[in-house]
Design a protein around this ligand. Sequence first.
Ligand SMILES: Nc1ncnc2c1ncn2[C@@H]1O[C@H](COP(=O)(O)OP(=O)(O)O)[C@@H](O)[C@H]1O
Ligand SMILES: [Mg+2]
Length: 297
Amino acid sequence: MSIIAARKESTTTPQAGESAGVPAGTTAARPAPADKKATRGQVDITNVRKSFGATEVLKGVSLSVPPGGVAVIVGPSGSGKSTLLRTINHLEKVDGGYITIDGELVGYEVRGNKLHELREKDILKQRTHIGMVFQSFNLFPHLTALENVIEAPIVAQKRSKAEARKRGLELLDRVGLKDRADAYPRQLSGGQQQRVAIARALALDPKILLFDEPTSALDPELVNEVLDVIRELAKSGTTLIVVTHEMGFARDVADTVVFMDQGQIVESGTPQEIFANPREERTRSFFSKVIEPAFNI
Ligand SMILES: Nc1ncnc2c1ncn2[C@@H]1O[C@H](COP(=O)(O)OP(=O)(O)O)[C@@H](O)[C@H]1O
Ligand SMILES: [Mg+2]
């Protein structure tokens, strides 16, 4: 593991303009409530850097989420939220730093004192532990709801069709859609499609679930049915990392709210700390724009 230490060393060097002391963006989420009893799904993001061409979009991001923890990431468009989520399941390679899930490096292995990217086959295997739900649902249009849910267990985990169907129906029931198992995506509302996508993400029994603005593409009246499903998951002990603009949801469900701006974590804390009493002016300014003023006309 010496290479990781070396890499960590090189990437924690304070950058020009960064004050000495606590590295910018280092943050640890609060422990999950004890009643969740989660034993897996510890996520540790350490000093992750990522550039696209000359633009550095993640400037040394560190975040730990404990098993069963719920971290909600908020921040302006372009601040790097999606890129950060995508590094967690290695849809994006990192240029510096590293990520572990339950202590296992994501996307890399240590060989001969160096970090080597895993082979595609192993990356895909690792990704089965990480469910991801996107803004745009990404269901297969030619498959029914149930077929969408059972595809990965059958293909990636070699489950029998009968077993996968049984589990798939349970999952559709869990998201309130058992009676729509045979519907095609085009026959479902956006909220229903997103709930199918959540059931599909659960089908591989992931250690962690990542949500990237899961309700942003929905008509307003459909947002709550999806948030309610995520609320239930939050109680279940699966580690969740959710990017959203739904501040009421963040306030109710998050153990930790993380505010990102310009490729860095500006601050993180309990919903109470971040919404009611932010330390940083950038956070205050962001929330003054996104949180609806009280209806005190
Ligand atoms: N594949 C890519 N190629 C080039 N630039 C990208 C790519 N993906 C994201 N970016 C840029 O990285 C920055 C952060 O993007 P993103 O992570 O999508 O932010 P957010 O999700 O917070 O809106 C933006 O400036 C965006 O244009
Ligand atoms: Mg985004």
